[in-house]
Design a protein around this ligand. Sequence first.
Ligand code: ATP
Length: 242
Amino acid sequence: MATHAGGLGTPPTGPSYEVSVRNLIRSFGPKGVLNGVDLDIAPGEFVALLGPSGCGKSTLLRALAGLDRDVRGSGVVRVPDQVSVVFQDSRLLPWDSVLGNVTLGLRDHDADARGRHALAEVGLAGREEAWPHELSGGEQQRVALARSLVREPKLLLADEPFGALDALTRLKMHVLLKDLVAAHRPAVLLVTHDVDEAITLADRVVVLRDGRVSLERKAGTAVDHSTLRGELLEALGVHAAA
Ligand SMILES: Nc1ncnc2c1ncn2[C@@H]1O[C@H](COP(=O)(O)OP(=O)(O)OP(=O)(O)O)[C@@H](O)[C@H]1O
C-alpha cells in the first residue's frame, strides 16, 4: 500500500535522512501516547522499534504511514512519499488473485511482469493465479511483502509482520526479509515484540517508552548479541531472574 504522510506537515530540506521526526505528539483524549518522539532513519537503514505493550509503537508507525491525520509534530518532520506498510495480517483482498493483489492499483504497462517478478522474489512463482485463502499464513505474508516491494518504496513500515507465524516460518521470513531489503534497499522501520528478531534483523534498535525514544543502540553482526539483549530487556523493564 502506498501512502503519504499528509498529517505531518511539509517535508523540509536538510540532512539526508529518509525519515526525520522531531517532537512527535499524539494523544487520544486526555491520554498522551506519543509525548515528543525524535527519530531519524537514514536511506537504506533498518531500524527495529521495541517497546512495552501499549507504549505507542503502532501509533508511531501509523503516523509515519500517513494513516493518522491527528498527529502533531513540531520542528523537523520528514517522511518520503513512497511508503509501503506491512501489517501482522496480510490484508489481502479475498476476491482477487495473488497476482491481482500484488499489482492492485499499479497503472504501469509492465505491472504484470513486475508483479510476477516480485512473487518470484518471495518464492511464490507459479502461485500467481491462486486465491489468498489457498495460501498458508506465511505465504500470505510473502504476498504482502511482494505487494509492498513491487512499489519500490523508499520507506517500508512493518508492524509485527511475523507476529502471527509459527517459529520456523518466522525464521524463514527473517531470511527472506533480509534478502529483500538487501536487494531493494528501502529504509525500514520494523515494529516487533521480539528482542532477538530486532537484534538479528536491524542495523539499529530503538526502544519506545513513556511516549519517547528511551534508548537507541546499534545492532547487526558486529555487536555482541547477548550484551545488547540484556541492555534492551532492561530498557523494556524486563529483569532476568538471577
Ligand atoms: N484510535 C484510538 N483511540 C483511542 N486510543 C487509542 C487508539 N489507538 C491507540 N490507542 C491507545 O494508544 C495506546 C498505544 O497504542 P498502540 O497500539 O500504539 O501501542 P503498541 O505499542 O503498538 O501496543 P502493542 O505492542 O500491544 O501492539 C494504547 O493505550 C491504546 O489503547
